[in-house]
Ligand binder design. Structure first.
Ligand code: CU
Length: 484
């Protein structure tokens, strides 16, 4: 198969950057530096960004001369929207797909009715229909957006974008590169293959045959030689967990799921579906290159390359500046209520109606939002519910402004990136690995792992809580948390 490159272009008021992402080994970050305090509001009026996203079929020669019937939000097939922190994003969404859709803004702590989950927070937008998403962005960082029904196919066909919320930098970077990682379920004839099958859905997921970064196969990017570069990495694949590694540069982790962390040397990091990682890398001398790999494979898989361009800076030791601290309230653990949440395999359920936070009834009989197969469960409950002849309900009713500690328990032999809507977890600890405390809206559970996370349930509404391996969510590992 012959691969061609395709440029990713900016969207309206938004800017776009190309990116890729490296890993390093054995560098010498001295001691980790504390985060500077949250940045004070500037006092100027918050910015407003207007975006137009039109979901449509856009046949594109992506990896070969065969036109691949992509579904995308924009003529720029991977739109990138930039908004400054505290700014307002107004998105006119039009659906010209042959089926209903919506936009879920992953990781954004927004009002419940802007969360883009069909039936739960809004009616699905039908073919020919429109919906306006209008909300303020409270946190800096990198966030994906995508649909939330029939996602295996809609996201599988490319229906996604990136939202970058700016305002967290304490120092100027020499480049800012975005690296969106995704498999494509494309066969040797250059056509789409099945986005999901039972074998994949019941195990680790249905992987694609073609890897991509920014919808290109092994793109080659450039950054100033010797420069300090911000690399924003985001995995939007339906299923595959990528274990990111870099060769050819020193690097430090500066943010997880977009939220600042005291910089520490980067060696490797697992990115499950929808997870993000920000690195600062020191580019090598002119003519050298940095390679970004997925190490979670029998042989390392090259994802992208960054070439060191220009004459090169003369620089002192590598000691990346921390980003401004996240604007998220640190949970007060002394008052926290503990909840154990187990992720397991499931028996076959019988769908039934759910009464929602907004008083409406969610009728789950829409085939686009449900699978007829059920393989997975959360606290022995499947989505929409494995009923015992009773009305299903949110798996947990949470008190508004109460702090909770969840023990996320993986009772399966597979990995599950667990995602909460409308809130951000503080990752505390694990029985399997020692990662620093960090903020995350999506937490990767390894087989048999138990992870403690804490958060303040301060955003009222019915919020989805699910595995982000799309096939797992669509075959049972999805639920609602009610905050009221
Ligand atoms: Cu899962």
């Amino acid at each position: 198969m012959q691969f061609t490159r395709r440029k990713i272009i900016g969207l309206g008021a938004a800017l776009v950057t190309l990116s890729s992402y490296p890993l390093l080994a054995g560098q010498s970050l001295s001691t980790s530096r504390p985060l500077p305090p949250r940045r004070k509001p500037s006092g100027t009026a918050p910015s407003i960004v207007n975006a137009t996203l039109r979901a449509a079929v856009r046949p594109t020669k992506l990896f070969s001369d065969t036109l691949l019937p992509l579904w995308t939000y924009h003529d720029d097939i991977l739109p990138v929207i930039r908004v400054s922190k505290g700014g307002r994003l107004r998105t006119a969404f039009r659906n010209d797909l042959p089926e209903h859709s919506s936009i879920h803004w992953h990781g954004i702590r927004l009002p419940n009715d802007m969360d883009g989950v069909p039936y739960v927070t809004q009616q699905p937008t039908p073919p020919g229909g429109e919906f306006v998403y209008d909300f303020t962005v409270p946190d800096t960082g990198l966030f994906p957006f995508h649909s939330h029904c029939n996602t295996a196919e809609q996201l599988g066909r490319g229906l996604a974008g990136a939202l970058i919320v700016t305002g967290d930098e304490t120092k100027f970077y020499d480049a800012d590169l975005l690296c969106v990682i995704k498999d494509w379920r494309v066969g040797s004839g250059g056509h789409f293959t099945a986005f999901s099958n039972d074998r994949g859905a019941a195990r680790a997921g249905t992987f694609g045959a073609v890897r991509s970064v920014n919808y290109q196969h092994i793109p080659v990017m450039e950054a100033p030689a010797g420069g300090d570069v911000r690399l924003r990495l985001m995995n939007i694949d339906n299923s595959r967990v990528n274990q990111i590694g870099l060769e050819g540069a020193e690097a430090a982790v500066i943010a997880t799921d977009g939220q600042a962390i005291a910089p520490f040397p980067f060696e490797t990091w697992r990115l499950g579906s929808a997870m993000r990682l920000d690195l600062c890398i020191r580019m090598p001398a002119p003519g050298h290159e940095v390679n970004i790999f997925d190490y979670f494979a029998p042989e390392p898989v090259l994802l992208a390359t960054i070439k060191a361009a220009g004459d090169g800076f003369v620089r002192s030791d590598f000691n990346p500046a921390p980003l401004y601290a996240a604007d998220i309230t640190e949970p007060d653990l002394s008052t926290a209520i503990y909840k154990r949440i187990e992720f397991s395999s499931a028996a076959v359920p019988s769908p039934r109606s759910v009464k929602l936070f907004n008083g409406k009834i969610f009728d789950p009989m829409d085939g686009l939002c449900l699978s007829d197969k059920t393989f997975w469960a959360i606290n022995k409950t499947t989505w929409p519910e494995d009923g015992h002849q009773r009305l299903p309900a949110p798996i947990l009713n949470l008190k508004k402004d109460q702090t909770y500690v969840f023990e996320l328990v993986n009772a399966t032999p597979h990995m599950h990136p667990i995602h909460i809507h409308g809130h951000t977890f503080l990752y505390l600890n694990s029985n399997k690995q020692s990662l620093p405390k960090h903020f995350a809206d999506t937490v990767l559970l390894k087989p048999k792992e138990r992870i403690h996370v804490a958060f303040k349930a301060d955003n009222p509404g019915d919020w989805m809580f699910h595995c982000h391996i799309i096939e797992h969510a669509e075959t049972g590992m999805m639920s609602i948390l009610r905050v009221a």
